[in-house]
Design a protein around this ligand. Structure first.
Ligand SMILES: *[C@@H]1O[C@H](CO)[C@@H](O)[C@H](O)[C@H]1NC(C)=O
Ligand SMILES: *[C@@H]1O[C@H](CO)[C@@H](O)[C@H](O)[C@H]1NC(C)=O
Length: 422
C-alpha cells in the first residue's frame, strides 16, 4: 500500500537531517579553522557525526481495535509522536474470544482499519492479549522496539497484575494521555440506544432486529433517563485536535482532485476500501462529510451514531484522505466543484441509501451533466447497518460486558485528574 512511499519519505527525511548535520559540522570546522585552534585536517574526527546518526526510534502499541474509532486513532498518533516508527500489534480473534468474548469486527477488517491509519508504519497481526516475557523479548530483539506505549488508564489482567509491569521494569515503557470522550462502550451504548429508539417509535412494526433487541430489554424500554445518559458524549472537539489530525497540505499545482461524499458513520473497512480506490483516481482526495441534520433526514432520527466532528476525525486519520469538508452539502453543486477544482466525483455501489438516482433531485445531477461522475464498485459489502446488526445480534454479551466496563468507565471519570500531554 502506501508503506513504500512512507518509507521513502522517511529515508529522505533521514538523509536531509544527515546533510544538515554534515553542513553544520562543516561550518563549525570552518569556524574553528579560521580561529586557528584545530589540528591538521587528517586527524579531524570527521566520522563523528556519522556515528551519531541515530537509527529511528521504534515504538510499539497493541490493542484489539474492535469497532475502531478516532480515540484509537488519536492514541496511535500520540504513540507515533514518541518515536519515529510505529509498530502496532493487533490481537487475534482467538485471543479476544478467550479474554473478553467475540469481537464485533473480525481480524481481517481490524487489520484493514489499523493499516489505514496514517500514523501506523508496521502491523503485527498476531499480538497476544497481554504482553508475555517471551513476546516482549521478541519485540525488543526481532522487531527492534525501543518503547512499549500504553494509555494512562490502568490495564489490569484477570489475575490483578499490571499488564505492562514487565515493560516498566525493563525501563522501556512510555505512557500517553487517554483520549477524552469516546470509548467502544460508549459507542455500543449509542447503537443499542438507536435500536431502542426505533423500536419505541415504530412500536407496531416488529422487524426481526427489533424483536431480537427488545427480547433482552423488555423491562427497560421506556427508561428514558438512562437512555439519554448513554447518548451524552464526553467528546469536546477542539481546533487543535483537528489540526493534529490534518495533513495541513493543499493540493499541489495541477493536482487532479477527486471528491467523494457521505455520512461515514461508524467508520469501517468498507469506507476505507472505497477511499483507497477513490484516492487512486487522482492526486488529492477530498471527502465531503454530511452534517448530522442531513444524515438524520436521509437515514432516520436515530442516525448518525457518531456526530459530525467525530466522523470527521475518523476520516481525517485515514491515510488515503487528503482533506475533508466538515459539513458538506447534500447536493454536489457547480459552486463546490469550482471552489475546490474537483475533476472527478465518485460514489460507491454499496451504500445505505443508493436510491438517490430515483429521487426527484439527484444530488449528483451537476457532476453527471458535466461528465465527471463515476460509480465505483465497492470492494466490501459492509455498511453502518451491518455493524449495528453485528452488535445487536450479540447484544446480551455486549450488554453484560458494557455494564461491567461502564462501571470502570464511571470510576475513571470520577477519579479523573488532569494529565498533561497532547
Ligand atoms: C417494518 O419495517 C421494515 C423495515 O424497517 C419494513 O420492511 C416492513 O415493511 C415494515 N412492516 C410493517 C408492517 O410496517
Ligand atoms: C484544476 O484541475 C485541473 C485538472 O486536474 C488541473 O489541470 C489544473 O491545473 C487545476 N487548476 C489549478 C489552478 O490548480
Amino acid at each position: 500500500m502506501n508503506f513504500e512511499t512512507e518509507e521513502k519519505r522517511l529515508a529522505a527525511k533521514l538523509l536531509a537531517s544527515c546533510l544538515i548535520g554534515g553542513l553544520l559540522v562543516g561550518v563549525s570546522l570552518y569556524g574553528l579553522y579560521s580561529g586557528g585552534v584545530l589540528p591538521p585536517r587528517d586527524v579531524l574526527p570527521l566520522g563523528g557525526w556519522r556515528r551519531r546518526r541515530k537509527r529511528p526510534i521504534r515504538v510499539y502499541m497493541d490493542g484489539c481495535f474492535d469497532m475502531m474509532h478516532y480515540g484509537h486513532c488519536n492514541a496511535l498518533r500520540q504513540a507515533r509522536a514518541l518515536g519515529d516508527q510505529l509498530v502496532v500489534g493487533v490481537v487475534s480473534d482467538a485471543e479476544i474470544i478467550a479474554n473478553k468474548g467475540p469481537p464485533v469486527t473480525p481480524l481481517e477488517e481490524r487489520l484493514i482499519m489499523v493499516n489505514a491509519v496514517k500514523w501506523v508504519d508496521e502491523v503485527i497481526t498476531d499480538a497476544p492479549y497481554a504482553i508475555t516475557e517471551e513476546f516482549m523479548k521478541k519485540l525488543f530483539d526481532e522487531y527492534k522496539i525501543d518503547y512499549i506505549i500504553h494509555g494512562d488508564d490502568p490495564c489490569v489482567l484477570p489475575d490483578g497484575t499490571d499488564a505492562y509491569v514487565l515493560a516498566k521494569r525493563a525501563g522501556r515503557y512510555k505512557q500517553i494521555k487517554r483520549t477524552e470522550g469516546v470509548s467502544s462502550t460508549d459507542i455500543v451504548g449509542r447503537m443499542l440506544l438507536c435500536v431502542r429508539e426505533r423500536s419505541v417509535s415504530d412500536s407496531h412494526n416488529h422487524s426481526s432486529l427489533q424483536r431480537q433487541f427488545s427480547h433482552g430489554h423488555s423491562h427497560n424500554v421506556e427508561d428514558g433517563a438512562s437512555a439519554s445518559a448513554t447518548r451524552i458524549s464526553h467528546f469536546l472537539p477542539t481546533s487543535r485536535r483537528i489540526v493534529q489530525f490534518s495533513n495541513g497540505r493543499g493540493p499541489g499545482p495541477n493536482a487532479r482532485i477527486v471528491y467523494i461524499d457521505g455520512a461515514f458513520d461508524l467508520f469501517h473497512a468498507g469506507h476505507v476500501e472505497i477511499l483507497r480506490l477513490a484516492r487512486k483516481l487522482g492526486d488529492f482526495l477530498l471527502v465531503g462529510i454530511h452534517t448530522d441534520q442531513t444524515v438524520s433526514a436521509t437515514r432516520g432520527a436515530h442516525r448518525p451514531i457518531m456526530n459530525l466532528h467525530e466522523r470527521s476525525l475518523s476520516v481525517l486519520a485515514c491515510r488515503y484522505v487528503d482533506e475533508v469538508i466538515i459539513g458538506a452539502p447534500w447536493e454536489v453543486t457547480k459552486d463546490t466543484i469550482t471552489t475546490f477544482n474537483i475533476s472527478l466525483v465518485v460514489h460507491g455501489t454499496i451504500a445505505e441509501n443508493n436510491d438517490f438516482q430515483k429521487a426527484n433531485s439527484n444530488p449528483y445531477a451537476v457532476p453527471i451533466s458535466m461528465g465527471i461522475f463515476q460509480i465505483l464498485e465497492s470492494p466490501r459489502d459492509i455498511t453502518t447497518t451491518t455493524i449495528i446488526r453485528r452488535i445487536v445480534a450479540n447484544h446480551e454479551a455486549y450488554q453484560k460486558r458494557n455494564e461491567k466496563k461502564g462501571e470502570s468507565e464511571k470510576r475513571y471519570y470520577q477519579d479523573k485528574s488532569y494529565v498533561s500531554g497532547d
